[in-house]
Design a protein around this ligand. Sequence first.
Ligand SMILES: NC(=O)c1ccc[n+]([C@@H]2O[C@H](COP(=O)([O-])OP(=O)(O)OC[C@H]3O[C@@H](n4cnc5c(N)ncnc54)[C@H](OP(=O)(O)O)[C@@H]3O)[C@@H](O)[C@H]2O)c1
Length: 169
Amino acid sequence: MKIALYMAISIDGLVAKSDGDSDWVSPIDSDNFDRKIQEFGCIIVGRKTFDQYQGELYPVTEVTNIVLTSNANAAPDSQNVYYVQTPQAAIKQAEMESHRQALLIGGGTVNGSFLKEHLIDEVYISLHPLILGKGIKLFENFEKQVELELLEQQTLGKDVLQLHYRVIK
Ligand SMILES: NC(=O)c1ccc[n+]([C@@H]2O[C@H](COP(=O)([O-])OP(=O)(O)OC[C@H]3O[C@@H](n4cnc5c(N)ncnc54)[C@H](OP(=O)(O)O)[C@@H]3O)[C@@H](O)[C@H]2O)c1
């Protein structure tokens, strides 16, 4: 199972302001993100991110939606949404749905949980030209050093740089 992380970040490594606002994410990156979700067919998302955009972006139709939460009983009555309690359970659920890859889509807490367990294989970072100053880090509760290899880079529109890395394990 390949797990690839896709996140939009500010140049100071934040994914959202403290109040959760991510209005600064460029439309061209959002389009690219949507395409990547369709390509992978399966997303893994933190409960806070899922709740914040529920009814607007999530659940994504015709895609397996796996939500990480400590309260798996709260699962909505929806065919393509699964609530799980650990990163390992998320991967198992994706495999049960016959997926060979899944896109991890944040937020920072879930990203940190997966990185801690060495479960992230690739990273897509869309670097946005702004400094947020204060907010949610790309990897919350994670303090170790991890080496990456740059696989490719592209510019999205005028000023968003997308970097695609492999995590060296
Ligand atoms: N810039 C971007 O590309 C981007 C992408 C996604 C999200 N975001 C932003 O990120 C913000 C949310 O990030 P966040 O870090 O606060 O929250 P989050 O990662 O979305 O969700 C955190 C929740 O996930 C569950 N969880 C995380 N790790 C777990 C583990 N190991 N085991 C069981 N449950 C686990 C817990 O749910 P329970 O509390 O239910 O137990 C936890 O409270 C939002 O404001 C969103 O806008 C930005």
